[in-house]
Write a new protein. Structure first.
Length: 165
């Protein structure tokens, strides 16, 4: 039995790594950015976007779009991180010199260790603006202008379009 368990462990680890098994990310540091900007260097001298748990949660939510959107394009103006006081956080950022058509709001759930993203993109060369909901590595099209960041309720898009990723 011991030999069987020892042989099963590498297979279980491999299955989790290759087959997209969702694991909760450590989002315990996100609350430190409440009412501060995501690029402020706080925890460990790093920005919110540089926190390993934040990157893991965003990667799980965004799938293949993670690097293209979050690491290359969306490092322009941003708003302070909002908190609902119950473990949900909203962080908004956009593409420098093209905010209206290229922006994202990332919703972090510290209890589940997950993220969901409302993403607006101008689609590169086509110039067509499209809003998408990114969760669980999948993209769902949204109505036009669904991903605007609401100062009165930064969680409006999450309430309207979010759900289990």
């Amino acid at each position: 039995m011991k030999e069987f368990a020892r042989n099963l462990l590498p297979a279980a680890i491999f299955a989790g790594l290759c087959c997209g098994a969702a694991m909760a990310a450590d989002l315990s540091t996100v609350g430190q950015w409440t009412n501060k900007y995501p690029f402020d260097k706080i925890a460990g001298g790093k920005s919110l976007w540089d926190q390993p748990g934040v990157q893991a949660a965003m990667r799980a939510a965004m799938g293949k779009r993670f690097f293209a959107i979050s690491l290359k394009e969306m490092h322009g103006p941003e708003g302070p991180v909002a908190s609902d006081g119950k473990g949900l956080f909203a962080a908004w950022s956009c593409k420098a010199h093209d905010c209206g058509d290229n922006q994202m709001t990332v919703f972090f759930d510290s209890a589940s260790g997950s993220a969901q993203v409302c993403w607006r993109s101008s689609g590169g060369n086509s110039g067509k603006v499209q809003d998408l909901w990114l969760a669980g590595g999948n993209a769902r099209p949204l109505p036009a202008n669904a991903c605007g960041y609401g100062e009165n309720d930064p969680f409006a898009a999450l309430k309207k379009f979010g759900g289990a990723g």
